[in-house]
Design a protein around this ligand. Structure first.
Ligand code: ZN
Ligand code: ZN
Ligand code: ZN
Length: 291
């Protein structure tokens, strides 16, 4: 399985448009140390650090098919930049803008895009993720929606995929396990979630070769959130920011909990101070993994 991180940022991305905070400035114009670090991670530092909106590209080494996890609003830029093949199928984890709004790119670009999404009704919207995707993209003949039940493996682009409910109130959201049958390679993705993921879901996400875990901010940011932090560790460090995202230590603990061979933190916001925002385990766009 070849994994390309197309979009590793949160909903505004880093650098954020119109923001001159120290983290966005360091991303736009990396110092020599950060440039060297990017090169070591296999990322071209010429245009600085990009953390665009969430999307992961998976190429099946056996069949050559491509599965796209979430459709980023930055779809076009991401595919141009990484020069990777267009998707044969997609999975949508939830209906927030930063994970869904790139789906319109299927128009005049793809002959057909099967989109897999969960079939459980969301109390907040009165619809499942699959139904919302169908409603919003009904005008596109190229998009067909395939509702799937959580915890039941299905096949997409030659991979075996299992959706698992996570906690991203008030909306339903799903993490997923993706296995390449020919090689047994496994990728797990937490989805947008707080630290308190149901045990059954954690079990499915356990034992991956690579885990992509969401972690949006450093714990100190919790004091600026109206809901504060939650799910504190033994030292009192919040592993959840507010109610619907993990902190960086929460993401590191989660990666440890699910015993992944390797992990990267995804969906990190520009609020993290510049000296901490580019740690080696916090993903940047363009990182690639062969599992
Ligand atoms: Zn900023
Ligand atoms: Zn979200
Ligand atoms: Zn998001």
């Amino acid at each position: 399985m070849e994994v390309t991180l197309l979009g590793t940022g949160d909903t505004t991305g880093t650098p954020t448009v119109g923001c001159d905070c120290d983290t966005c400035e360091r991303a736009r114009d990396p110092d020599a140390e950060l440039r060297e670090q990017l090169r070591e991670r296999g990322v071209d530092p010429t245009d600085g650090v990009e953390r665009s909106r969430f999307s992961v590209h998976l190429r099946n080494e056996e069949t050559g098919e491509v599965l796209l996890i979430d459709a980023s609003p930055d779809f076009r830029t991401q595919f141009r930049r990484e020069d990777v093949a267009l998707p044969d199928a997609a999975v949508i984890t939830h209906v927030h803008f930063d994970h869904l709004d790139g789906l319109g790119n299927a128009y005049r670009l793809l002959d057909h895009l099967p989109v897999h999404a969960a079939d459980e009704t969301d109390a907040q919207t009165g619809e499942s993720v699959a139904e919302t995707v169908r409603d919003q993209y009904d005008y596109l003949d190229t998009v067909s929606v395939h509702p799937k039940s959580p915890y039941e493996p299905f096949s997409a682009a030659g991979f075996e995929v299992t959706l698992v409910p996570v906690e991203h109130p008030p909306l339903v959201c799903y993490g997923l396990r993706v296995e390449e049958p020919a090689t047994g390679a496994v990728l797990s993705i937490s989805g947008d979630t707080c630290y308190e993921v149901p045990d059954r879901s954690r079990e499915v996400l356990t034992g991956a070769d690579l885990a992509l875990v969401e972690g949006i901010v450093h714990p100190g940011a919790c004091e600026f959130h109206p809901e504060g932090g939650a799910h504190h560790d033994d030292e009192g460090v919040p592993r959840t920011f507010g109610t619907k995202h993990m902190t960086l230590p929460g993401a590191r603990d989660f990666a440890d909990d699910v015993a992944a061979d390797d992990y990267r933190i995804m969906h990190t916001a520009h609020y993290v101070p510049p000296e901490r925002a580019f740690a080696d385990d916090i993903a940047v766009d363009g990182e690639r993994f062969s599992l």
